[in-house]
Design a protein around this ligand. Structure first.
Ligand code: CAA
Ligand code: NAD
Length: 283
């Protein structure tokens, strides 16, 4: 199936990155959020990223303008009527996502593929909120989207083969490396990454070491580009907590219980880099 017009829902750190790489690959992109100011913030983030490419001599000014001209803002979900592919990147909450997919199912044409960038929530359950479960799929980008090569593609129980093939082809056109997985909580990426981050938080909670020491050990000892607590702040502590809750509930196994310190920080509104405070403080 030929994809021309992509709609990205949620202009936060993931949605803006996804819109950027889609526009850079030549797709027309509608970037949607609930408020104009959120869409503008997302577009400003993209402008900053492409400006840096021009400053570094990796992109012509004209190419930058072309990329930016392919992105149109939206606060009306009815714009889904123009999309061949919708990529959803809103908050990691099943109720919000299923409500959204129900509405997208009404507004989008029959041929439109509905993809979710969810970090951990079951694609099969999101798909069941629509009358087109065979056209619903997980398209899990990594943060920061313009830099990270992986797209984890998750097949829901009813995802059609031609839908998988289309998403695989789109991912390659975005210069990403697609990897196929089946639909189980946390898929592969967060089933493995998030328990490590949660364990690092337990180590701080139990007073074994400071956040700085935990991060230094994992960076210098294991060659991780970021320590797990810096990475948790970067991902967003709310997102980390939602993912742990999905693993805990989905597997029914206490080895996935979220650390109480993570819950406490999220309750305090310490969500990491995006709110200026998490395990570390950001200017
Ligand atoms: N947006 C766009 N580009 C960015 C960026 C951002 N937010 N952050 C960094 N970059 C770019 C920089 O511009 C730089 O590009 P150039 O080399 O072309 O100039 C490049 O990335 C390297 O950046 P820096 O030199 O500033 O810093 P670094 O070498 O420490 O790399 C990093 C930064 C790529 C983020 C690196 O620290 C890293 O790989 N961290 C781990 C990231 C990771 O694990 N991501 C997965 C998170 S889990 C996930 O996404 C799934 C989920 O569901 C939660
Ligand atoms: P974010 O908080 O930066 O952005 C979420 C955006 O969604 C906000 O701008 C918000 O206004 C918007 N939004 C919320 N409800 C909406 C609705 N009903 N309609 C339209 N827009 C709505 O979050 P993020 O980090 O970009 O995460 C978004 C999704 O991507 C989540 O499902 C998350 O699990 C997933 N994800 C996150 C990461 C990460 O590292 N942060 C990595 C991969 C996947």
């Amino acid at each position: 199936m030929s994809i021309q017009q992509i709609m990205v829902i949620g202009a936060g750190q993931m949605g803006s990155g996804i819109a950027q790489v889609c526009a850079m690959a030549g797709y027309n992109v509608i970037l949607h959020d609930i408020k104009n100011e959120f869409v503008e913030k997302g577009i400003a983030h993209i402008q900053k990223n492409v400006n840096r490419q021009v400053e570094k001599g990796r992109m012509e000014e004209g190419e930058k303008e072309k990329i930016l001209s392919r992105i149109s803002p939206s606060v009306s979900l009815e714009n889904a009527s123009k999309a061949d592919l919708v990529i959803e990147a809103v908050v990691e909450n099943m109720e919000v996502k299923t409500q959204l997919f129900k509405m997208l199912d009404q507004f989008a044409p029959d041929h439109t593929i509905l993809a979710s960038n969810t970090s951990s929530l079951p694609i099969t359950e999101i798909a069941a909120a629509t009358d087109r479960p065979e056209k619903v799929i997980g398209m899990h980008f990594m943060n920061p989207v313009p830099v990270m090569k992986l797209v984890e593609i998750i097949r829901g129980l009813q995802t059609a083969d031609d839908v998988y093939d289309t998403i695989e082809a789109v991912s390659k056109k975005l210069q990403k490396v697609p990897v196929e997985v089946n639909d189980f909580p946390g898929f592969i990426s967060n089933r493995i990454l998030m328990p490590m981050i949660n364990e690092a938080i337990f180590a701080v909670y139990e007073g074994v070491a400071t956040p700085e020491a935990v991060d230094e050990i994992m960076k210098l000892g294991m060659n991780h580009p970021m320590g797990p607590l810096t990475l948790a702040d970067f991902i967003g502590l709310d997102t980390c907590l939602y993912i742990m809750e999905t693993l805990h509930e989905g597997f029914g196994d206490d080895k996935y219980r979220p650390c109480p310190l993570l819950r406490k920080y999220v309750k305090a509104g310490w969500l990491g880099k995006k709110t200026g405070k998490g395990f570390y403080t950001y200017a």
